[in-house]
Ligand binder design. Structure first.
Ligand code: 2BA
Length: 110
């Protein structure tokens, strides 16, 4: 058995959710926050038998889009004497999905 941990964009989360549940996968979705952009994203936990891992990844991949996000970079100090500031925008490529697949040593469901 494996545990899939998949971090997806909030805009894709509904489609990943319905795609997985429609094919009988049991999932838990939690709200999460990316440490770099500090934007909300969604993290799925999917406990799954080994022979169903590949299909689950296909579904997650099919619904997770790559996006370019334009973010205001940290304000830069332009001069120490007058303390004036300017902000610079930067493009950051986000997603599709970030996926971890872990071996499950033991699974219990009471
Ligand atoms: P964030 O940490 O908010 O990162 C958003 C995007 O910013 C990343 O997209 C990546 O393109 C960029 N980025 C992140 N850290 C960076 C850095 N130190 N320098 C330059 N650019 C950086 P993705 O790679 O698609 O990641 C999307 C989200 O997936 C991340 O949101 C984070 O929540 C999660 N994630 C990605 N890799 C992870 C990892 N190794 N462990 C845990 N979570 C991860």
């Amino acid at each position: 058995m494996k545990l899939i941990i998949a971090i997806v964009n909030n805009d894709d989360a509904h489609f990943v959710n319905t795609g997985l549940t429609a094919e009988g996968y049991q999932i838990t979705k939690i709200s999460s926050t990316g440490g770099f952009l500090l934007n909300g994203n969604s993290t799925f936990f999917v406990g799954v038998e080994d022979d169903r891992v590949d299909r689950a990844i296909e579904i997650i991949k099919a619904h997770s889009k790559k996006r370019v996000k334009n973010i205001p970079a940290a304000a830069m100090q332009m001069g120490a004497s007058n303390g004036s500031m300017a902000s610079v925008n930067a493009d950051v490529s986000v997603g599709g999905a970030t996926v971890f697949i872990l071996d499950v040593e033991k699974f219990m469901h009471f």
